[in-house]
Design a protein around this ligand. Structure first.
Ligand SMILES: [Fe+2]
Ligand SMILES: [Fe+2]
Length: 170
């Protein structure tokens, strides 16, 4: 009976520790992106629908959060991964009507450069951030693949978030 009570106590304290750690990582995540998340140009992404019922801003926030978790877990540059996640789709137009309006039928290939140009006007980007924004569309951009581990993480989190957002359409 005592042994069982001890096991339960250990389990309870482990769960408490995990909850504490999760809260701390969430707070640290928000600290690392808060200036980006509140920037008026970045906030404009809320105007543009992206996957399913999700707008560009929410999608970027989702990618930033998963980037932060995975990169911190693997001891990579979690802060840069989160900040670039927040900026990776800063193309600032509705891609659903973009081709009809502009004649650019290759949004999937061109938007990383548009987002990179827009993001560069707002922030001095480091090597990891540049790589994430420019190369997040691999494998669509077959010859343009990430050069950093954080960039590879983003190719996965971006697709994962996109799939979850699309499946939550209704
Ligand atoms: Fe994208
Ligand atoms: Fe994306």
């Amino acid at each position: 009976m005592t042994e069982r009570a001890d096991m339960l106590n250990i389990r309870r304290s482990m769960i408490k520790k995990l909850h504490g750690l999760r809260r701390k990582w969430k707070d640290d995540f928000y600290d690392s992106i808060k200036d980006v998340a509140r920037h008026p140009v970045v906030l404009r992404m809320k105007l543009y629908p992206h996957h399913g019922n999700t707008n560009c801003y929410q999608h970027c926030m989702n990618v930033a959060y998963y980037n932060y978790l995975w990169c911190r877990f693997f001891h990579l540059d979690a802060e840069s991964a989160a900040r670039a996640g927040m900026l990776h789709d800063l193309f600032l137009y509705d891609w659903h009507t973009h081709a009809a309006r502009t004649g650019d039928k290759f949004h999937g290939l061109t938007h990383p450069d548009v987002s990179f140009r827009n993001a560069s006007r707002l922030y001095k980007l480091n090597k990891v951030e540049k790589d994430i924004i420019r190369n997040h569309m691999w494998p669509v951009t077959f010859f343009r693949f990430p050069r950093t581990k954080e960039g590879w993480v983003t190719t996965v989190t971006d697709k994962y978030c996109g799939a979850c957002e699309t499946s939550r359409r209704k």
